[in-house]
Design a protein around this ligand. Structure first.
Ligand code: UT7
Length: 323
């Protein structure tokens, strides 16, 4: 059977780092509160010359170089973002153009913080159905542009960045020993909209709007939703948390990640944590975390990895794959 195997990865971060101490000067907050409640110590904030498309293209170039490929080898580009450069055309098409690519096709997916998990799942379906042989999957965000910098309950939590992977069709046996995506589970429930949303949009206010979140409410649902969908992804393959090498979660809050890992019986030394360095970068957080753990040699070929995310919508999902 055909499997979607990751053959390259890349990441891109804005030039400017903003520490909690720097935020203390303009926001009524403290480093102590932010670290204690979230684990975040710093985040990267895009400059005027940095956008979701420019960061996404930089991550894509790094992934192509890592895989030893060029844009000519890519059939499809899928971009997960909630902060597109323009309402349309898609940021994916913008990135396609930046890569000098005029063949194939490119499109965006919008599932907020779960966007990368949704995009990987979609790419896997395209590859397994024979629609495409090689897909560039990018998560890229400039959430700093939709934050209300007067709202301390949200503006300290998010950051900007991009990450990318390349997934390609390879022959597998159908066993869990195969490399590539082994199972993927997606969920959404729009009844939770008011807990995490942007208060503007082309079809309502005609403005971009600002992020609004009832943090405590999101927190209350997060661990249960995340662990449910991870258990589903394990069960689909007959594996358990004991088989896992790495949990690579969406990086929203250290306490949510620790709570989920504890409930699943996954020790923290098998969890990749970058929330301290990046803050919550929404759809970019998982590929940025993957890149960090690949760069320092933690994740190795053949490792069993669980990706998971939960965010606005609500949307949530998990992907089990062998690297
Ligand atoms: O990626 C998408 C999914 N999003 C998430 O997963 C976020 C989920 N939620 C969270 O991570 C947490 O709920 C937060 C980090 C947002 C908040 O942590 P919390 O422990 O739930 O705090 P809280 O909202 O209950 O606020 C506690 C106190 C409040 O003061 P009072 O009412 O107790 O006097 C807030 O006003 O902390 C205050 N506070 C702050 N203080 C200093 C809120 N924001 C800040 C701040 N600095 N930035």
């Amino acid at each position: 059977m055909i499997r979607s195997v990751v053959c390259g990865y890349g990441a891109a971060l804005p030039k400017r780092v903003v520490t909690n101490q720097e935020l203390e000067k303009s926001v009524d907050t403290t480093d102590e509160w932010i670290v204690q409640r979230t684990g975040i110590r710093q985040r990267y904030i895009a400059g005027d010359d940095e956008t979701s498309a420019s960061l996404g293209a930089e991550a894509a170039r790094a992934a192509l170089a890592n895989a030893g490929l060029t844009a000519a080898d890519i059939d499809v580009i899928i971009v997960a973002t909630s902060t597109p450069d323009n309402t349309f055309p898609a940021t994916a098409v913008n990135i396609q153009n930046r890569l000098g690519m005029t063949h194939g096709y490119a499109f965006d997916m919008q599932a907020v913080c779960s966007g990368f998990v949704y995009a990987v799942t979609t790419a896997d379906s395209f590859i397994r159905s024979g629609q495409a042989k090689r897909i560039l999957v990018i998560g890229t965000e400039t959430f700093s542009r939709i934050l209300d910098w007067n709202d301390r309950t949200t503006c300290v939590l998010f950051g900007d960045g991009a990450g990318a992977i390349i997934m390609q069709a390879e022959e597998g046996t159908g066993e869990v020993a195969d490399r590539g995506v082994l199972s993927a589970k997606l969920r959404s429930d729009g009844s939770h909209k008011e807990k995490l949303y942007v208060d503007g949009g082309p079809s309502t206010t005609g403005t971009v709007g600002h992020l609004r979140m009832e943090g405590k409410e999101v927190f209350k649902h997060a661990v249960g939703m995340i662990t449910d969908v991870i258990i589903d992804a394990f069960e689909a393959t007959g594996t358990t948390a004991d088989d896992l090498d790495w949990l690579v979660p969406h990086q929203a809050n250290r306490r949510i990640i620790e709570g989920s890992a504890k409930k699943l019986g996954i020790p923290m030394d098998k969890v990749v944590m970058t929330v301290d360095q990046h803050g919550n970068t929404s759809a970019a957080s998982i590929p940025l975390a993957l890149a960090a753990a690949l760069d320092d040699g933690r994740i190795k070929k053949g490792d069993l990895i669980m990706l998971e995310a939960m965010g606005g919508g609500f949307t949530w999902g998990a992907v089990l794959l062998r690297w």
